[in-house]
Write a protein that binds this ligand. Structure first.
Ligand code: AMP
Length: 116
């Protein structure tokens, strides 16, 4: 069950401000409030979905493709295409997800160490 009061749902409803990198009808990209790397941006689709699996279930192919194309637009905007980047999406307890609205972390601006 999707929690309508999660912090990203509030950001989408403009009840909480965020520092926007890119936005269109399908999705919103904004700076992480607690960046773990020099560049740390979050991307969220504008539908109620709690994680990647839920996003795939609830989205149509047009929304899916637009969301992933927007990630590329943001990567170009951040100018990290050449230096490299990491895309991460956490899900549930084992995945260490804190905010239960599907999101992709776009990380870069410095060398990111191995996951484990
Ligand atoms: P996750 O652990 O994958 O659920 O990541 C949630 C991310 O959301 C964390 O990196 C937080 O720093 C970030 N975050 C939480 N609240 C906000 C907020 N109000 N604005 C921007 N980022 C946030």
């Amino acid at each position: 069950m999707y929690d309508e009061n999660n912090i990203f749902a509030k950001i989408l409803r403009k009840e909480i401000p965020c520092n926007i990198v890119y936005e269109d009808d399908t999705s919103l990209f904004f700076y992480d409030i607690n960046p773990l790397f020099k560049i740390h941006v979050l991307g969220i689709p504008k539908i109620a979905c709690k994680d990647y699996s839920d996003f795939i279930e609830k989205s149509d192919s047009s929304l899916r493709s637009q969301f992933f194309e927007n990630i590329k637009i943001v990567i170009n905007k951040l100018d990290i295409s050449k230096s490299g980047y990491r895309l991460v999406s956490n899900s549930g307890t084992d995945g260490g997800q804190e905010v239960p609205h599907f999101h992709v972390h776009i990380l870069g601006g410095e060398k990111i160490s191995a996951i484990k």
